[in-house]
Write a protein that binds this ligand. Structure first.
Ligand SMILES: NC(=O)C1=CN([C@@H]2O[C@H](COP(=O)(O)OP(=O)(O)OC[C@H]3O[C@@H](n4cnc5c(N)ncnc54)[C@H](OP(=O)(O)O)[C@@H]3O)[C@@H](O)[C@H]2O)[C@@H](O)CC1
Ligand SMILES: [K+]
Length: 470
C-alpha cells in the first residue's frame, strides 16, 4: 500500500491550500469520513472524544457534528484559548455554540462511561514524549472497555517509524488520504486501518508548491557566517555574465558566501559586475588546490557560461572525483553521465542539453537517467520535471518570458543555495518553483520582456511570498 510520510503530508497540506483546496475543507472531509466509519459500525450510542489542541482534535470536532443522534461528549486536553490552529478553533467554537458537552481537562480526567472513545489527541504533529495529561489520557483510554477509534494516528505512535513508548491501543484507526508508513508497522496499536479519501487530487501530490519552499528554506537566528551555505560557482569559459547571474542568485536564495571561479582573463570583468562577487582565478589543471578550496564549501555549481569543449568536460569528470566534492549542481556544459558514488548531484538541463547527452527527454527516460546516474534531474521546460528516478514532481510556475537567456543560470544558483542545507530532490523542486514564481512576479510588473537580471532581483521576493503564505 502506498504511504506518505508526515513531512510529505505537511508539504501537501500547504500546497493544497495554495492551490485553493483549503485545510478547512480537508478537515471537514476528514471529520466526516471518520463519522462515516463510525456510523457504519455502530448504532447511536455514547461517545467520548479526547481532543488535542491541534488539527487532530479539529478532525474530531468535525466528526462530532456528523454523529447524528449519538450522545457525544468532548474532553479537551487544555484550554480552548490554547487551541493551536484557526480551523480547529473554528470547529471547536461550532460545537460550543451548538451546546455540546465540553470539559476542559487540566490534570484530572473525569470518570466516564462510553461505548466509543475517539482519540483526537495527537496525529502527525506529535513530537517526542507524551506530555503529562496526554500520557495520563492514553492510560485511561487503554483501561476503558470502550471501542477505541484513533483519528489519523493512534496518539503516541510515531507516524513515520511506527515506534512508540506509550500509545493508544486502538481497535480502529481512520487515517486520511494515504497511510503514514508507521501505521503499517504497528498493527497491535493501530487495530483495523481504514484510509479515507479527503478529496485531494492525485496530481497535487506531485505538484511543486509553496510547501516545497517552506520545507527547504532555513534561517538560523544564531548562526556564524557561512552557516546558511557556502557555494563555489565554476564556469565562465567564453561568457562572462552567466557565472555572475548564478553567483548572485545563490546570495538571493540565502547563501552566506559565494566564490566565483573563472579563467584569469575574465576575472576582473566578472568582479566588476557587483561588489557582492568574490571572484578567484580558475585553473582547470590545478585540481589539488580546488580540492583544498572545496573543503570550505557545501556545494559547487558548475557549467554556466561555458562553451561546450572537451577540456572542460574532462575537467568536470576529474573535479567530481575530488575527495571534498560532496554536492554539485551541474548545468549546461557540465552535464555528464558519470557521477561518482558519494557525490549528491542535481543536473539542470533544458530539453536540448538533455537530448545531447541522454537522448529523448521523455518522463520515462529522464527517470531512467536519474536512476542510472544516481542524481536528481531538474528538466527545465514550460512545466519543469524534477525526479530522482523514483519520485517525480512537476513545477508549473513561470511563463513565456522565461525563455530569455540567463534564467537557467539564475535557477542553478537558487538550486545551489537550497542544496547547501537540504537534499537534492527537495532543493531542485523548491528552486524550480521559486525561479518560476520570480518570473511570474516579473511578468506582473513588466509583461514578458524582462531579463535574467530582473528575474534575479525577484528571487528574494518570491521566497518571501512563499514564507509568508500560511
Ligand atoms: N493534509 C493534512 O495533513 C491533514 C491533516 N489533518 C489532521 O491534522 C493532523 C495534524 O495536525 P497538527 O499538525 O496540528 O498536529 P497534531 O497532531 O494535531 O498535534 C499538534 C499539537 O500537539 C501538541 N503536541 C505535539 N507533540 C506533543 C506531545 N508529545 N505531547 C503533548 N502534546 C504534543 C502540539 O503542541 P506544541 O508542540 O505546538 O506546543 C500541538 O498543540 C493530522 O494528524 C490529521 O488528523 C486533517 O485535517 C486532514 C488533512
Ligand atoms: K490521534
Amino acid at each position: 500500500m502506498e504511504t506518505i510520510t508526515s513531512e510529505e503530508m505537511a508539504v501537501l497540506d500547504i500546497n493544497c491550500e495554495y492551490f485553493g483546496l483549503s485545510r478547512l475543507q480537508l478537515m471537514e472531509n476528514a471529520g466526516r469520513g471518520l463519522a462515516e466509519e463510525i456510523i457504519k459500525r455502530f448504532k447511536p450510542c455514547k461517545v467520548v472524544i479526547f481532543a488535542g489542541l491541534g488539527n487532530n482534535g479539529g478532525d474530531a470536532f468535525v466528526c462530532a457534528r456528523f454523529l447524528r443522534n449519538f450522545d457525544v461528549e468532548v474532553f479537551l486536553l487544555g484550554r480552548s484559548k490554547d487551541i493551536k490552529t484557526e480551523i480547529a478553533k473554528r470547529n471547536f467554537d461550532i460545537l460550543k455554540k451548538a451546546g455540546y458537552k465540553i470539559t476542559e481537562i487540566r490534570d484530572k480526567i473525569p470518570e466516564f462511561e462510553a461505548d466509543i472513545v475517539i482519540d483526537g489527541m495527537l496525529g502527525t504533529g506529535v513530537r517526542g514524549k507524551l506530555r503529562g495529561i496526554y500520557a495520563k489520557s492514553v492510560e485511561v483510554i487503554n483501561e476503558s472497555k470502550a471501542f477505541k477509534i484513533a483519528v489519523d494516528v493512534p496518539t503516541g505512535l510515531n507516524p513515520d517509524t511506527g515506534e512508540f513508548e506509550l500509545c493508544v491501543k486502538a481497535d480502529l484507526t481512520v487515517t486520511f488520504h494515504k497511510p503514514k508508513p508507521g501505521l503499517l508497522k504497528a498493527k497491535d496499536v493501530v487495530g483495523e486501518l481504514v484510509v479515507k479519501d479527503i478529496g485531494i487530487p492525485k496530481s497535487f501530490e506531485n505538484l511543486a508548491g509553496v510547501g516545497d519552499v517552506k520545507k527547504v528554506y532555513k534561517r538560523f537566528e544564531s548562526g556564524h557566517k557561512g552557516v546558511h551555505g557556502r557555494i563555489a560557482v565554476i564556469g565562465g569559459i567564453g561568457y562572462t555574465g552567466a557565472v555572475a547571474l548564478t553567483s548572485l542568485a545563490c546570495y538571493y536564495a540565502g547563501a552566506d558566501l559565494v566564490t566565483t571561479l573563472v579563467p584569469k582573463d575574465i576575472k576582473n570583468v566578472v568582479a566588476s559586475f557587483s561588489p557582492n562577487l568574490i571572484v578567484r582565478e580558475l585553473d582547470l589543471c590545478d585540481l589539488s588546490s580546488l580540492n583544498e578550496l572545496m573543503k570550505k564549501y557545501h556545494v559547487a555549481v558548475l557549467g554556466m557560461g561555458v562553451e561546450r569543449n572537451d577540456e572542460f568536460t574532462d575537467f568536470v569528470e576529474e573535479f567530481l572525483k575530488l575527495e571534498n566534492v560532496k554536492k554539485v549542481v551541474l548545468d549546461a556544459s557540465a552535464i555528464t553521465k558519470d557521477i561518482p558514488e558519494g557525490v549528491e548531484c542535481i543536473m539542470t538541463p533544458h530539453a536540448g542539453e538533455f537530448r545531447k547527452v541522454f537522448g529523448e527527454p521523455t518522463i520515462e527516460n529522464v527517470m531512467k537517467v536519474a536512476k542510472e546516474t544516481n542524481s536528481v534531474i531538474l528538466l527545465k521546460g514550460r512545466e519543469d520535471v524534477i525526479t530522482d528516478g523514483e519520485r517525480v514532481r512537476f513545477n508549473r510556475t513561470g511563463n513565456a518570458g522565461m525563455t530569455v537567456g540567463g534564467t537557467g543560470d539564475v535557477l542553478a544558483g537558487v538550486a545551489g543555495a537550497f542544496f547547501a542545507l537540504n537534499d537534492a530532490f527537495w532543493s531542485a523542486s523548491a528552486s524550480a518553483f521559486v525561479n518560476g514564481l520570480a518570473g511570474d512576479i516579473c511578468f506582473e510588473e513588466k509583461g514578458y520582456n524582462f531579463t535574467a537580471v530582473d528575474l534575479l532581483e525577484k528571487i528574494p521576493i518570491a521566497i518571501k511570498r512563499c514564507l509568508e503564505f500560511v
